[in-house]
Design a binder for this molecule. Structure first.
Ligand code: HEM
Length: 123
């Protein structure tokens, strides 16, 4: 797969996240859209690693300025997915006290995912 395809797939994921955020109070829309975006992002990481060995490149090579900017966003996005989805699932199961945590992690997540997307376009 070429760079354009990766960027196109990432664009689809970001669009799903934005639409899913808009429908955050409609569970039947919010959960499938966010779940699909998370799945696409996960597949993208697996494909980038298997096709391009991105982790090795980061460890081995001298990093360009744009990659140095992209990495913190990429790592934080991956980390933020974990609490965000755990809180989301607990909220879906009725744990209302978790709502505020899901809201805050969602706010942080969308900022870093957009940062990740914008810096990925610069690579
Ligand atoms: C698959 C993962 C996710 C699950 C299972 C999930 C689940 C939920 C549920 C059950 C609600 C409550 C909806 C309602 O009150 O009817 C909710 C709300 C919300 N979700 Fe998610 N969500 C997920 C991913 C995300 C992501 C990725 C974001 C951020 C981009 C996000 C941001 C929000 C926000 C901001 C709210 C509104 C909370 C509030 O202000 O009360 N969610 N989510």
């Amino acid at each position: 797969m070429d760079t354009i395809s990766y960027k196109l797939i990432s664009t689809i994921s970001v669009c799903l996240l934005i639409i899913g955020l808009y429908f955050r109070f409609n569970r039947r829309v919010h959960i499938p859209l966010m779940g699909t975006a998370a799945f696409i992002d996960l597949i993208l990481v697996v494909v980038l690693e298997t096709q391009r060995s991105v982790m090795n490149q980061v460890v081995r090579d001298e990093l360009s300025g744009s990659l140095q900017m992209h990495l913190p966003f990429a790592i934080t996005t991956g980390i933020m997915y974990v609490p965000l989805i755990i809180f989301g699932i607990r909220l879906a199961k009725g744990a209302e006290q978790i709502r505020v945590w899901h809201r805050y992690t969602g706010g942080i997540f969308i900022v870093v995912r957009l940062g990740n997307y914008i810096t990925s376009l610069m690579l």
